[in-house]
Design a protein around this ligand. Structure first.
Ligand code: SF4
Length: 413
């Protein structure tokens, strides 16, 4: 979750550690989107469920009044609220995502563990730098193993969040280490991102606590750079990945966009592969500008501003049953089967069922029973930056990679 009161929020670390000028450039421009508001609500529900019965009940969290009875995600189904100027509601997808996060956190529990829900890290991180802050979704300290585990719930479905090398989580781990104030040997940072369908929803990065000491020096140096009057604006993938609020009018990003528009590549002309690499690197950054422009135009149109050549319309409606009970009754009267055929659950869905029936602390282990039945098959190749942690493919694209195109048959009308 974002550290809302800190100038250098851990949640934006991937941005300010790369683009020191972004802190000033983005100041005052953050306009929470509906997606951010949905994420805040999902975090609220998760925190309420985890801390149900703990001290502090009755106080508002995330600006939502606390509920006395809603201790399970399904208790929240259909509840609506206004968050960050958006109306949000808890639907079945949110219930499932929050439950997966709760299963992961609770499934890790062992006797003797100390845990914190939404641990504020402002004070601890200010020991590193006075501008730094954040809130860790869940922190676990296991004295017997001198283990510190920080779990971050990501409700977003648009951007895959890696655990390994994640600077936001490393900052949370550092803050938690300082806040807990106990001896730590091993740190585990864990991302739970249930709504990315193509990836395992739980990803863990484990490292030695000593590595955090080196990180402090990096952090202090980078934080200092953000305070310099001439802090540079450095466009890159982080402009888009972190939804930089300055993207719409950032001059450095505009310059990148112009360079990209001017670049020309084609099979028939000679080109420099290094220039192609540079252009590819710019694409992710420039996407941030395009998305920011679209979001701004949408917000303007929503408040009644007329944008020539554009209009606000209702999204295409989808048909649904007015009353499922009535339609089932009608189908039975007419001897029609109204149900879809049964389908086998996906590996992730069946793992969830298996984990749900396993005892606490054995959920991750229980899922391994399905491993012999599962294979991972890639649907093709993708061009990604060198820094991506996947190994280069050994597939070569040849003429055989393409389906044969039948020869034209003049008699086949
Ligand atoms: S849009 Fe990119 S280059 Fe501009 S301030 Fe944000 S992160 Fe920096």
């Amino acid at each position: 979750m974002p550290g809302k009161h800190a100038r250098l929020a851990a949640s934006a670390a991937a941005r300010w550690m790369e683009c020191a000028g972004s802190v000033e450039a983005a100041a005052g421009k953050d306009r929470p989107t509906i997606y951010a508001a949905q994420g805040t609500f999902a975090h609220h529900i998760a925190a309420e469920c985890l801390s149900h019965g703990e001290a502090g009940r009755g106080q508002a969290r995330h600006g939502v009044a606390r509920q006395e009875t809603n201790s399970k995600p399904e208790d929240w189904l259909g509840i609506r609220t206004i968050l960050e100027s958006h109306e949000v509601s808890c639907d079945a997808e949110m219930v499932t995502a929050v439950q997966l996060y709760l299963d992961e956190v609770r499934g890790q529990h062992q006797a003797g563990d100390q845990t914190w829900v939404e641990m504020p890290l402002l004070e601890a991180l200010q020991q590193v730098d006075p501008d730094m802050g954040g809130t860790a979704d869940h922190v676990r300290y296991r004295p017997a193993a001198k283990l510190l585990r920080v779990t971050d719930f990501k409700y977003g479905a648009g951007k895959f969040v890696e655990a390994t090398g994640n600077r936001q989580l490393r900052i949370y781990a550092l803050g938690a280490l300082l806040a807990v104030g106990k001896p730590v040997h091993t740190v585990e940072v864990c991302v739970v991102q249930p709504r990315i369908e193509y990836a395992e929803p739980v990803r863990v990065w484990s490292f030695s606590a000593a590595e955090l000491l080196d990180f402090i020096a990096d952090l202090r140096e980078t934080a200092e750079r953000t305070r310099q009057a001439d802090a540079p604006l450095v466009p890159g993938a982080w402009c888009n990945d972190t939804f930089c609020p300055a993207a719409r009018d950032c001059p450095a990003l505009t310059a990148k966009q112009h360079q990209l528009m001017a670049a020309r590549f084609g099979e028939l002309a000679e080109y420099d592969p290094a220039a192609l690499a540079e252009a590819l690197k710019s694409v992710a950054a420039v996407k941030a500008k395009i998305k920011a422009l679209e979001a701004f135009a949408y917000a303007e149109a929503s408040r009644g501003i007329v944008i020539p050549g554009f209009k606000l319309v209702d999204k295409r409606p989808t048909r649904r049953w007015r009353s499922t009970g009535d339609v089932i009754e009608w189908a039975q009267e007419h001897a029609i089967d109204p149900y879809a055929p049964r389908e086998l659950l996906s590996p992730a869905q069946l793992e969830k069922v298996v984990a749900e029936s396993a005892p606490r602390g054995k959920k991750a282990e229980a899922k391994t029973v399905l491993a012999p039945f599962i294979e991972s098959v890639s649907s093709g190749t993708a061009l990604v930056p060198d820094g991506d942690d996947r190994a280069p493919t050994d597939r070569q694209v040849t003429a055989d990679s393409f389906e044969a195109i039948p020869a034209a048959n003049p008699l086949n009308f």
